[in-house]
Each structure stands twice: as structure tokens, then as C-alpha cells.
Design a protein around this ligand. Structure first.
Ligand code: PMV
Length: 332
């Protein structure tokens, strides 16, 4: 038997702009996905998102897992009983499919190579490959890198000299080859005094639709490219504030980022309501991820009060430490 856990993520700065090569900052959150593997008589799966009982494993219903089993590990051993437990909101922009892919990769590594320590960069690449294969070749490495490495991660189109460079990665997409540099950020100890509170609107908005909406608006109004550059400037200011432990400045950068995302047309009423309601008790708050629904995030020293505000707005709160640990094997 083997068990592994991989966290979800939230984007603090730079969503949407990252699609155009600008940097994005993401942090791992406490919630995530646990995968437990056991040898069995037949292939079966239990996924806490869908069911309480084991059902037959079907490749087409589980493309991320199937890719990892057959393409990455080329596993042809005994059938497996796969148990998936998640405490992430699904389809909410919290990186649940990358967390699932990373946890599956780590658990299968532990089962097949129990004496070989897992390499988190390799695991991030496995997760990215599974996401790309399940999403017609289009996936940014943000979710898989943040979930595998943990902490605070910066993804950008080119290397950023002032940051700790971890690895480069590329992907052949239908639009041609794309490459990214992944960096880690040393967080100041003051950041430990703050919490992230995520608020799920309950509305799902597919990331692909939100990204193509922005692309259309950019075509109609090329001046919006200036807003992308403004998001990059805010992202860099936010990064400096994270490194210096200046929570007020991190919050201000979050607030400014939300205003720019509104101009790009990716916020909505529920997100705006929760962002406004939580600001009184936070350093800052903004939508996180693709927008159009999904989640917002607030940075605060008063997580219970912020969670209450989110509930009063009709959202579902999730309280997390800032930049949790990455993927890990869980010893029985
Ligand atoms: O839906 P999420 O949280 O994975 O965020 C998507 C972030 C975008 O910048 C909108 C798209 C991307 O590929 O980076």
C-alpha cells in the first residue's frame, strides 16, 4: 500500500497576464488531494468528489490517472484499488486536477520504487504532463509546480534573475512550443502571522472560456495590453512586499490586482461582493485564478471574521496557512 498527498494552490498575483508571458505568483494551500493505492483483484476507484463506494476504473473517466499509469510509469503490474480523498472545492481554480495528478504520481512512485526518494521537480513535470494530456495539450505549469514544490512559486515566460530559479519546462501545444521558468520565493517570517481565506462563489467558469474571453477583448481593444503590463508591475511590487514581510503592501498589491482584473472583464458580482465585504478585515483581497466565478482570496490576521463575511455573502470559506508544504508521501 502507498499513500501520498499533494496540496492545491491559489494565485496571488498575475493570473491572465501569465498567459502572455508576464510573471504569476502562486502559493500552496493546506487543502489538497490524498491518493491511496493498494494491490487488488480488479482495477477499481473511489473518488470522494463523486461517490462513497468503489467503482470500476475507467480510463476515459480518469484521464490524468490513466496517463500517469500507462504513459509515465508504463505500469503493468497487478490491478490497483485507487482511493482519492479531496478537501478542495472542485472546478474552483484551486488546482484540484494538478493536486490529483501529483498525488497519484507520488503514490505510484512509492508503490513501484519504494527505496527511491521522490524528486519533486520530476513529480511537477509528471503532473504537468498529465494535465496537458487531459486538456488537449494546453496547460500552464503553475498548478503542478506549486502543488509539488509547495511554498511560494513564480512562473514566468523568462528567467527572473532576482529569484531562486528551480527549473525550466516546455510543452508542445496546438499553438506551438511554449516554455516557462519556475522560481521559488523566500517568504519573510512576518508572513507566518497572516492567513489566506479563500471564498468559493459556488459558480464554475471554465478557465479556457475565461482565457479566450480576455483574448477577444484584447483583439477588440489592444490598449488592454497596458493593463497586462500594469499587472506585471503590481506582481513585482507584491513579490518585493512578500520578501520584505510587509503585509500591508502585499494587501495593497492584491487590491490593485483585483481592479486590473475587473478591467480585463474577468470578475463578476459574487466575486466583487466577497472581495468588498472581506476588505474591512483583511490586508487585501482579490479574485484568484481564472475568475468569472470560482474563488476569491483574502490575506488577513483575522481568518474567522473573514470566513464569516464570505458566508454572509453566500460563499464557502476555506482557511489556509500561507505557502504550505508541497507533495509528500504519507507513511502508514
Ligand atoms: O483557473 P486557475 O486558477 O487554474 O487559473 C487560471 C490562471 C490563468 O492565468 C487565467 C490561466 C493560465 O493558464 O495561467
Amino acid at each position: 500500500m502507498s499513500t501520498a498527498f499533494a496540496p492545491g494552490k491559489c494565485i496571488l498575483f498575475g493570473e491572465h497576464a501569465v498567459v502572455y508571458g508576464h510573471p504569476a505568483v502562486a502559493v500552496a494551500i493546506d487543502a489538497g488531494v490524498e491518493v491511496k493505492l493498494e494491490f487488488s483483484e480488479q482495477w477499481e476507484i473511489r473518488n470522494s468528489y463523486h461517490t462513497n463506494k468503489y467503482v470500476e476504473f475507467k480510463a476515459e473517466k480518469n484521464p490524468h490517472i490513466q496517463h500517469i499509469i500507462s504513459e509515465i510509469f508504463e505500469y503493468n503490474g497487478s490491478p490497483l484499488r485507487i482511493n482519492i480523498q479531496s478537501n478542495l472545492f472542485s472546478a474552483a481554480g484551486l488546482g484540484s486536477s494538478a493536486a490529483l495528478s501529483n498525488a497519484m504520481g507520488a503514490a505510484l512512485h512509492q508503490l513501484t520504487k519504494p527505496n527511491e526518494e521522490i524528486n519533486l521537480i520530476k513529480l511537477a513535470k509528471i503532473g504537468h504532463s498529465a494535465e496537458a494530456s487531459a486538456q488537449a495539450g494546453r496547460a500552464s505549469p503553475t498548478d503542478s509546480a506549486t502543488s509539488s514544490l509547495g511554498g511560494c512559486i513564480v512562473v514566468s515566460g523568462e528567467k527572473i534573475e532576482s529569484l531562486n530559479h528551480v527549473y525550466d519546462t516546455k510543452l508542445l501545444t496546438p499553438e506551438g512550443e511554449r516554455s516557462w521558468s519556475i522560481h521559488s520565493v523566500e517568504l519573510h517570517k512576518n508572513i507566518n502571522d497572516a492567513w489566506l481565506v479563500l471564498g468559493f462563489t459556488g459558480e464554475a467558469a471554465p478557465t479556457g472560456d475565461m482565457v479566450s474571453g480576455v483574448a477577444n477583448r484584447l483583439k477588440e481593444n489592444p490598449a488592454l495590453h497596458d493593463e497586462m503590463q500594469a499587472i506585471e508591475n503590481i506582481t513585482k511590487a507584491g513579490l518585493t512586499a512578500l520578501e520584505l514581510g510587509n503585509l500591508e503592501a502585499v494587501g495593497m498589491a492584491m487590491n490593485s490586482c483585483h481592479e486590473k482584473l475587473k478591467i480585463l472583464g474577468v470578475s463578476n458580482e459574487s466575486l466583487d461582493n466577497m472581495v468588498t465585504a472581506t476588505r474591512e478585515y483583511s490586508f487585501g483581497s482579490k479574485l484568484t485564478g481564472a475568475g468569472g466565478g470560482g474563488c476569491m482570496v483574502a490575506l488577513t490576521e483575522n481568518p474567522e471574521r473573514v470566513a464569516q463575511e464570505i458566508e454572509l455573502c453566500g460563499g464557502k470559506p476555506l482557511i489556509s496557512r500561507f505557502g504550505s508544504r508541497g507533495a509528500k508521501i504519507r507513511k502508514e
